[in-house]
Design a protein around this ligand. Structure first.
Ligand code: C5P
Length: 241
């Protein structure tokens, strides 16, 4: 059985991949299945946490013990995560959030009969993970850095979640890029996946390196996504303690 080391903790997990509307029937999206985020939500609930799962376009049954908020776009995901994170101890951003959206959403379906297609212009989406880290930094009093601010304001405090976890898929210089991202986004933990070597989306297994702010990286060997989830919660529980 799992330890009940997250009992009484409020956690927010985002999962899946956002869709950015181009017109009423088309979108720009990605291949995220939501399996890793759902595994995180399920295992957190099993360890006693009160879980809000913000699910973007996931075709999976609701995990037992989680409150599920369904969203489609990055803007909707941002609203849902920020709303839930006000009272959260932990936020885990496992969702693949679109970095860009079509600059304009057409009200009517774009038709072949409209003539030559127009290029799709893109606008930048806000980085939700960086925003969470920035909010915490701005709200934290005194003690600098993610580790020092853990629990500073307590649950529901204005300083934001005590522990912030990001995910990153990197194709090269995995550790160097990951360390830079961990610092830039002010996360406590960054789960780095190597992608592009036949490791497919939608598979039940995952392997990763978990980068730890102020600590040594933890290698999680290839195995079920539950195992990676439990390794993340072990590190989260240690930081909350
Ligand atoms: O910068 P990059 O997209 O590689 O970072 C990935 C991490 O940032 C993930 O945890 C993802 O959920 C989060 N992210 C975000 N908002 C975005 C893009 C990514 O929160 N607009």
């Amino acid at each position: 059985g799992r330890p009940l080391d997250l009992a009484g903790r409020r956690v927010v997990v985002s999962a899946g991949g956002t869709r950015e509307a181009l017109d009423p029937v088309r979108y720009l999206g990605n291949r995220s299945s939501g399996l890793q985020g759902y595994a995180l939500a399920r295992t957190a609930a099993a360890r006693g946490a009160e879980v809000t799962l913000v699910a973007a376009n996931v075709a999976l049954p609701d995990p037992a013990g989680a409150t599920v908020v369904r969203v489609e776009s990055a803007a909707e995901l941002r609203e849902a995560v920020l709303a839930a994170s006000g009272e959260a101890d932990v936020v885990v951003m496992a969702a693949a959030v679109a970095d860009f959206r079509p600059a304009a959403r057409h009200d009517a379906k774009i038709k072949k009969s409209d003539g030559e297609p127009e290029p799709i212009r893109l606008a930048k989406n806000p980085d939700i993970l960086a925003e969470l880290g920035e909010r915490r930094r701005a709200g934290a009093s005194g003690s600098g850095g993610p580790a020092g601010s853990a629990g500073a304001a307590g649950p529901g405090g204005s300083a934001g979640p005590a522990v912030i976890v990001g995910f990153a898929a990197e194709t090269h210089d995995v550790l160097a890029n990951g360390q830079a991202k961990l610092a830039r986004k002010r996360c406590d933990l960054l789960v780095v996946n190597q992608v592009g070597e036949g490791r497919a989306f939608g598979t039940p297994d995952n392997a990763a390196t978990v980068l730890v702010a102020g600590g040594e990286p933890v290698e999680v060997p290839l195995g079920p996504k539950e195992d990676l989830a439990d390794a993340v919660w072990d590190l989260v529980a240690a930081r909350l303690a």
